[in-house]
Structures are given as structure tokens and as C-alpha cells.
Design a protein around this ligand. Structure first.
Ligand code: ATP
Ligand code: MG
Length: 437
């Protein structure tokens, strides 16, 4: 992509409405714009990152055996009356009346819709277990939307739901999602710690929140500091046989959100206890028969008699996760994207725009890298070097490939690593080889 043609409205000044660094940087880097309280347009740069995060989430759900479908944003309110949550959910739920005076709900979550699908489409025990998920926009009419995409009203969520015959089966599904989450967040470049959590309005009795530690986090959390170094399960984890040991390891130490804080347990951790602020990027719940009971979600068991489904639900705040990544990965000059979610891998900086030698060298690098499948944002604008450097630092691409006239005379370009700040001179060929390796 050529920057001269790209919609990248960066801001020099810190917007006054932004109180935390991720919100400031997302506005300054031209990633989002607010259109109503807590509702955002995702500009091209921001949308690229959102899609990358979404794709990692999807790949890890698929790896764990979950199946993707897509549920609507607008839901039938009758289903919510059946589950008993129509009144219980309260003013956070946006209710809309259509022209026939029927009430629709803009889904804040989708237990009702998916359980309606399950009771109609799953007939026999042979069709269990199943984990179904979608990545869809949700709406919650938060009293105080704030911190940008961190607490929006409209936000992107991955929500998965499991359907099992027995508690043991449901626990196995829970463990699958637990392990998939460890991998998902690690691949996004952040460490999310599973902490014992209260189950809130969704209900149930076994739950973990996945928390990214950050000063600006809304929650007070406590955990053993060894969580910061615990190994992440590898890509070839076996989702049938490896789960329990991993689950046991990751829950063997103390980690709890404020609601589940236990003084005696915390004391036992002694000097190893971290007390910190955290951002909830995901949550896993076992909720048993909470929905199958009122909604009559059952399949025929081996003896032909109906068996009520044991369920769980598993959310990831895909758009919030972007804010959390920025909270964890930035410096005074801007964002430092982990390569896995970066909007582009390389920023190609032409310091001699308009000079034939420089333009030619850059065009050549741009063509070669693009052809090799490397995502390049090419700063071909007629701007001062200082402006180009600060734009690149602000938007945080992992590498900057800097092409200047003086270097070209010596046959070299400069490759800067955004994270370490390290700069290395090399031939254009070596730069291409490095970036395409
Ligand atoms: P919170 O306690 O932060 O209000 P929640 O526990 O009500 O969130 P869940 O129902 O667990 O949220 O939803 C799954 C995930 O969706 C959360 O872990 C969080 O990452 C994300 N999420 C929830 N509410 C919002 C919001 N208003 N804006 C952005 N993401 C959100
Ligand atoms: Mg939650």
C-alpha cells in the first residue's frame, strides 16, 4: 500500500477525550473514529489489525475442534423470555421495536439463539459433543462507555458454546477452550492469565477470566508471579489427551479476580503474590443446565430417553483485545505491534521522494517484497524525514526499511527494528532476504 493513497489520518496532538494510552494511540494512529458514544468506525489501519486478531482467534477455535457459524445481531426477544433473562438482563440490553410492534434485541451475547438452534437441530446423543462459535458484533448499552474500544457499546466478540451429555463431557469442552485461549492470547503477543472468576449475569459455577495485566485495567486482580513465565501449550497440543495436565498446571497456583479474592489463599502465596490491575480479554464458563432446563434443550440418550444438555460458554473480546495489546506493547513514540497482528510487517520509508535513484530503489523493493507476500506500507509522500519517521514509530510496524540517497551511493539501505530500536545497514537484496525469510 502506498501511503500517499492510504486513508491514514494520524494526529500529532493527544486527543483530550482519551484517558488511556491505547485509546490515545488508536486515535492518533488513525485506526478508529467514534461515531456515537462507545460506537466506532474502524478505519483501514485499525480494521487490518482487527481482522488479524479475529483470524488468530478463529484458527485456535478451529484447532480445538469448534465449528464456526454466524448468528444474527438482532434476536427474537421471545427466546429471552423463555430463558428468563429478558427482564434479568436490564437496561444494558438494547431493545428495538419493529413495524409490527415486535420487540427485537440487539444481542449482548447469544446463549438463547444458539440453544434454540441446538434444541431444534441436535437430535441424538451421537451428535454430541459439539462446540459452536461465531465472531459477531455485540451491543451492550453500557452506562459509561469509555477507554475507546476497551469498553465500547458495540464491540466484536467471539462467543463459543459447548453441548455435552454429561458434566465430565462439559468439563472436557471447558478445558479445550481453556487451552485454546492460552494459545490465542500468546499468539496475539500478550500474556493472559486465567483467574478464578465470578459468573455474573450469565450464571453457572465454574469460570475463569483471562486477564492481561496493565496499569489501566479496570479490574483489581491477584496472582502468583510464576504465571508470568508459565509455558504456553504448543501448536501440536492434543485436544483429547493433553488437556487435563495443562489445565491442572495453569490452575495450580493462586490467581483470582477481586470477586473471588480469598484472604487465606492469598496470604499463603506470600511474597510471590502480585496485586495488579487487569484487563479481561476473555472468559470461560461452565453453566450446566442453566439454559437447557428452561428452554428444553435435550437429545435422545442411548436408551432413547431425552437427556438435558450440559453447557458452557466461552467469550473473547476481539476488539477489546486490540486495546489490551496496545496497553502491553507501546513506548513514548507509539505502538509496537507484535508481528502476528501488525497491520503491515514493514514500513518502507523513502527519504528521497522525487529523486529518481531513491524512487527507483523503493519501487523495486516494494515490488519484490509485495510479490513475496510481505505486507508493506510504502511512505512515498512528499514529506520531511522527521514526519515520516514519527508516523512509522506511531503506527508501530515491526520493521522500517529506510532508503536514503547517501546510503544508496554506498549500496545500502537501513533496516530498523521498531521494538528494539536496532538499526542495521545492508544491501537491498539482503533486506529483502531478511524480510521474506
Ligand atoms: P466486563 O466485566 O468487562 O463488563 P463481561 O464479563 O460482562 O465484561 P462477557 O460477558 O464475559 O463480558 O463477554 C466476553 C468478553 O467480551 C469479555 O471477556 C470482554 O473481553 C468482552 N467485552 C465485554 N463487554 C465489553 C465491552 N463493553 N466492550 C468491549 N469488550 C467487551
Ligand atoms: Mg466476563
Amino acid at each position: 500500500m502506498r501511503l500517499s493513497r492510504y486513508l491514514l489520518p494520524t494526529l500529532k496532538e493527544n486527543p483530550v477525550e482519551a484517558q488511556i494510552v491505547s485509546h490515545r494511540l488508536m486515535l492518533r494512529a488513525g485506526m478508529i473514529r467514534q461515531t456515537a458514544a462507545g460506537i466506532y468506525t474502524w478505519l483501514p489501519l485499525g480494521y487490518r489489525v482487527l481482522r488479524k486478531i479475529e483470524q488468530i482467534v478463529r484458527e485456535e477455535q478451529d484447532r480445538a475442534g469448534a465449528q464456526e457459524l454466524l448468528m444474527p445481531t438482532l434476536q427474537n426477544s421471545d427466546l429471552w423470555k423463555e430463558s428468563g433473562r429478558y427482564d434479568a438482563y436490564g437496561p444494558e440490553m438494547l431493545r428495538i421495536t419493529d413495524r409490527h410492534d415486535r420487540v427485537l434485541v440487539y444481542g449482548p451475547t447469544a446463549e438463547e439463539v444458539i440453544n434454540d438452534i441446538a434444541r431444534n437441530e441436535l437430535k441424538s446423543y451421537k451428535e454430541t459433543p459439539k462446540i459452536l462459535y461465531n465472531i459477531q458484533w455485540k451491543f451492550r448499552d453500557e452506562v459509561r462507555p469509555r477507554f475507546g474500544v476497551m469498553r465500547g457499546r458495540e464491540f466484536l466478540m467471539k462467543d463459543a458454546y459447548s453441548f455435552d451429555l454429561t458434566y465430565e463431557g462439559a468439563k472436557h469442552s471447558y478445558n479445550k477452550m481453556f487451552v485454546a485461549y492460552l494459545r490465542t492470547f500468546a499468539r496475539c503477543g500478550v500474556r493472559a492469565i486465567p483467574m478464578k472468576a465470578s459468573t455474573g449475569p450469565i450464571g453457572g459455577d465454574l469460570s475463569h477470566e483471562f486477564i492481561v495485566l496493565a496499569e489501566t485495567g479496570e479490574e483489581q486482580v491477584y496472582c502468583h508471579k510464576d504465571y508470568l513465565a508459565m509455558p504456553i501449550p504448543s501448536e501440536d497440543v492434543d485436544y483429547d489427551s493433553d488437556l487435563e495436565p495443562i489445565y491442572n498446571q495453569w490452575t495450580s497456583l493462586y490467581a483470582a479476580t477481586e470477586d473471588k479474592y480469598d484472604e487465606a489463599e492469598a496470604k499463603a502465596v506470600g511474597d510471590n503474590l502480585l496485586s495488579a490491575r487487569g484487563i479481561e480479554v476473555g472468559q470461560v464458563f461452565y453453566y450446566g443446565k442453566k439454559y437447557s432446563n428452561p428452554m428444553n434443550v435435550a437429545v435422545a440418550g442411548e436408551d432413547g430417553k431425552p437427556v438435558l444438555i450440559e453447557g458452557g460458554c466461552y467469550g473473547i473480546g476481539v476488539s477489546r483485545l486490540m486495546g489490551a495489546i496496545i496497553e502491553a506493547c507501546h513506548d513514548d513514540n507509539g505502538i509496537i505491534w507484535p508481528e502476528s497482528v501488525a497491520p503491515f510487517k514493514v514500513g518502507l520509508v523513502n527519504l528521497g521522494t522525487g529523486k529518481e535513484v531513491a524512487d527507483k530503489a523503493c519501487d523495486d523493493l516494494y515490488a519484490k517484497l509485495t510479490k513475496a507476500g510481505v505486507e508493506v506500507l510504502y511512505d512515498d509522500r512528499d514529506e520531511r524525514a522527521g514526519v515520516k519517521f514519527s508516523t512509522m514509530d506511531l503506527i508501530g510496524l515491526p520493521y522500517q526499511l529506510i532508503v536514503g540517497l547517501r546510503g544508496l551511493e554506498k549500496g545500502v539501505v537501513e533496516l530498523k527494528n521498531r521494538k528494539t530500536g536496532e538499526r542495521r545497514e545492508m544491501s537491498p537484496e539482503d533486506a529483502v532476504a531478511f524480510l521474506t525469510r
